[in-house]
Design a protein around this ligand. Structure first.
Ligand SMILES: Nc1ncnc2c1ncn2[C@@H]1O[C@H](COP(=O)(O)OP(=O)(O)OP(=O)(O)O)[C@@H](O)[C@H]1O
Ligand SMILES: [Mg+2]
Ligand SMILES: [Mg+2]
Length: 499
């Protein structure tokens, strides 16, 4: 039995407390590391996994007299990301100093953008789902701004009993802070939004999106309100570094706030941390201890200016993005929305699929990629980059089915052979004797044998024509699945004298 969820989309977003329903309001600040060999204002390398303090220039260590020089590559990537988010690109933006003291920030300030960011308002369409009926719902999440800023270094407190260490490798690495509007209403929506952002930056090649290497992380702002009421006070959960944790942090935080409010308390605006081991958020600092960042324009850097021709040139070179690709796969190949959504969700999967589908039946290619290839990869715990079957090999398997050389069933066996042993599918079909038997003489012989061995079943089938399927099954079995099923079906019916 399928359970049909009859609640409206609005009602599905509510969670119930002890005294009635509540709505969760979520806004995310996503920090995405810009794909660039060098840092935002220095030539030091950004390579991941280098020994501590190996990638630190005098600028990143904030030696007196050092001056920042903007890395044009990072500016380009920020503009390209802005275009991918359908956002307004600001031809003039300003770098500000955000002042605070912390041991991993040798400058004593972070260079960021405050009042005039490089990218203004935009929007992202996010597919949320599937729900119990297998349906996706599209929501729109507004982008408030995207600005460029430097990353800080890293303090390490677990290396020594009484001392802390500082690693400045990340100091000065370029980040894009992508600030959403408070448009999300559930953990699922927030998770789907971050997933979509990651897909977009990966298509663009502006950030590698690797959350476990810290290339993408989110500050999660959560508040709750009575449905349709005023926004409540937000708490900000800093630096959450996995999509699953973002969901857990939101659910925990919303319930914590609801419990306080239902108890007659009030929410203090504060910065919190998520503890993945406990699945809880806990207070880091309250608003009273909040920083006064004393933002002001960095006197070492001129405002960043470029003209529309520069933006146009970058726009012209943008790759096809997931939404456009999805629409094209649906309209030109006739794929379902569901299949197209799966295929475009990872750039590498989309590229693989398009190679398989080129010049072939798109729906058949989609079935093979989604059910067989992705299914096998999932089972083996492998990513598409390490798929043992190449697009050419899978394409050849599909061609062999289409030509009638092998049956759909044998194709599954062939796929497994190619997966585990490699090789040219066409040659494997020859050498392993997997060819479909279309020779009517041979099929006829097998049909005759099955019929003469089962006289009682023949009687039954004449009275009940659907029994023909049983004979087809027996013949397929007797021929090792190699007989052409249509030919077997036709012959069985003819011999039994049924329609
Ligand atoms: N009532 C609310 N509930 C949940 N989220 C909210 C609420 N009001 C604002 N937000 C979200 O909080 C985020 C605020 O980010 P923004 O970068 O503008 O400021 P900030 O957090 O004060 O600054 P910083 O970059 O120093 O952390 C946005 O994503 C916004 O959508
Ligand atoms: Mg912010
Ligand atoms: Mg913030």
């Amino acid at each position: 039995m399928t359970l049909i969820d009859t609640r409206t989309p609005e009602a599905k977003r509510l969670i119930s407390g002890a005294t009635g329903d509540w709505e969760i309001i979520i806004g995310l600040e996503v920090h995405a590391q810009v794909t660039s060999q060098a840092k935002l204002f220095s030539g030091a390398s950004t390579a991941f996994g280098a020994p501590p303090n190996a990638n630190v220039s005098l600028v990143d260590a904030a030696m007196p007299g050092m001056l920042p020089v903007i890395n044009e590559e990072c500016v380009k990537q920020a503009i390209r990301t802005g275009l991918g988010l359908k956002a307004e690109i600001n031809h003039k933006s300003v770098f500000d100093r955000k002042n605070y003291f912390y041991p991993d920030l040798p400058q004593g300030y972070q260079i960021s953008q405050f009042k005039q960011p490089i990218v203004g308002e935009g929007k992202v369409i996010v597919s949320v789902g599937p729900d119990r009926q297998g349906e996706f719902e599209d929501i729109e999440v507004g982008i408030e701004r995207l600005h460029l800023e430097q990353d800080a270094g890293k303090s390490m407190h677990d290396q020594h009993a009484t001392m802390s260490y500082v690693d400045l490798n990340r100091s000065g690495v370029a980040l894009m802070e992508i600030v959403s509007k408070p448009d999300m209403r559930s953990a699922d929506e927030a998770k789907a939004y971050v997933t979509k952002l990651r897909t977009i930056v990966r298509y663009l090649g502006t950030c590698d999106g690797n959350m476990d290497e810290g290339s993408l992380r989110a500050d999660v702002n959560v508040s709750v309100r009575r449905p349709g009421g005023e926004f409540g006070t937000r708490c900000e959960i800093k630096n959450v570094n996995s999509i699953r944790f973002i969901g857990q942090a939101i659910d925990y935080e919303a319930r914590r706030q609801i419990a306080i409010l239902e108890d007659g308390g009030k929410i203090d605006q504060e910065t919190r941390l998520f503890d993945p081991n406990k699945g809880e958020t806990r207070s880091m600092r309250s608003k009273e201890e909040a920083h006064d960042y004393r933002y002001f324009p960095d006197p070492d850097l001129l405002p960043l200016e470029f003209d529309q021709a520069y933006v146009d040139a970058l726009a012209k070179d943008l790759p096809e993005l997931p939404d456009a690709k999805k629409a094209r796969l649906i309209s030109s190949l006739g794929l379902s929305t569901y299949d197209a959504s799966i295929l475009v969700s990872e750039k590498a999967v989309a590229e693989y699929f398009e190679k398989v589908a080129a010049g072939r039946d798109g729906k058949l290619a989609a079935n093979w990629v989604i059910n067989d290839l992705l299914g096998a990869l999932n089972k083996a715990g492998k990513g598409i980059e390490n798929a043992p079957v190449s697009p050419d090999q899978l394409g050849a398997v599909i061609d062999l089915i289409k030509e009638g050389t092998i049956s759909g069933k044998i194709a599954k066996d062939l796929f497994e052979v190619v997966w585990s042993e490699g090789g040219d599918p066409r040659q494997l079909v020859e050498s392993r004797g997997m060819k479909q038997v279309t020779d009517t003489g041979a099929i006829e012989k097998a049909v005759d044998e099955v019929i003469s061995a089962n006289p009682d079943k023949v009687e039954q089938a004449r009275a009940k024509p659907t029994m023909a399927g049983w004979f087809v099954g027996q013949v397929m079995k007797a021929t090792g699945g190699k007989a052409n099923p249509q030919a077997v079906n036709d012959l069985v019916k003819a011999k039994l004298g049924i329609e």
